[in-house]
Design a binder for this molecule. Structure first.
Ligand SMILES: C[S@@+](CC[C@H](N)C(=O)[O-])C[C@H]1O[C@@H](n2cnc3c(N)ncnc32)[C@H](O)[C@@H]1O
Length: 221
């Protein structure tokens, strides 16, 4: 397994986030090389775990500026990219237009609140979004309902950490225990749930934990 170590140029600020400030952070999101490297590493890990095809219709959930979606664009037939942040989606729409990416379409969507869209997918992927979403059980049930007869869910996110990743005041999940997330995914209807480590983030200025592994969970419907 290749181990990726990234030293944040913007240590302490790189992923310090509440969901409310994603709009204002959208314009500079892609300027952080660590985020781009993370997306490329997770895309590579997905390619090794799931047989991708240009016949597939995919959804990226919590897409931000679509770094992961763009990394997988040529592997897939069509990608819908969903997020709750208007700022992120505005930047992503500009990127899609500039790249003439005719197989990518954005959606403003919160699956923990909104009703399900009518489209069904062969693949759903998500990177660093789950830890910002309180009701993971509802999210997993909604994602399960969005698949066609069979498909793969790929979730890349933080392993359980001591809270230093975002620091004081963060109200989301301090990463996820793999066994617990597996149990929740199975309860939502998924099967063949497995984990690998796709990436590592290093924060040298952290008062606590400095190494933050990023898992890739693959689950099947
Ligand atoms: C840390 S950013 C990750 C963005 C992108 N996936 C990346 O890794 O570069 C988390 C993203 O999740 C989005 N988000 C937060 N809560 C959400 C929800 N309930 N549904 C969909 N997206 C959500 C935020 O707007 C933000 O774009």
């Amino acid at each position: 397994m290749v181990r990726f170590i990234v030293r944040f140029l913007f240590a302490g600020k790189a992923d310090m986030a509440s969901t409310s400030n994603f709009d204002e952070r959208a314009k500079t999101w892609d300027l952080d090389p660590a985020k781009v490297e993370r997306a490329l590493a997770v895309a590579g890990a997905i390619r090794t775990q799931v047989p991708l095809s240009t016949r597939m219709r995919a959804l990226e959930y919590g897409c931000g500026t679509g770094l992961l979606g763009f990394a997988l664009q040529s592997d897939l037939g069509h990608i819908d990219l969903a997020d709750t942040s208007s700022g992120m989606l505005a930047v992503l729409n500009e990127k899609i237009e500039a790249a003439h990416a005719g197989n990518m379409r954005t959606m403003k969507l919160d699956l923990t609140v909104d009703s399900l869209p009518s489209q069904r997918y062969d693949l759903v992927f998500s990177m660093m979004a789950f830890h910002h979403i309180a009701d993971i059980d509802r999210l997993l049930r909604s994602l399960h309902a969005l698949f066609a007869a069979h498909g793969h869910l790929c979730v890349a996110d933080l392993d359980a950490e001591d809270g230093s990743f975002h620091g004081a005041g963060f109200t989301g999940h301090n990463g996820f225990d793999r066994d617990d997330l597996k149990r929740r995914s199975i309860a939502a209807g998924f099967r063949n749930v497995r984990f690998s480590t796709a990436f590592h983030i290093t924060k040298n200025d952290s008062p606590g934990q400095t190494d933050f592994p990023i898992f890739l969970m693959v689950a099947e419907k």
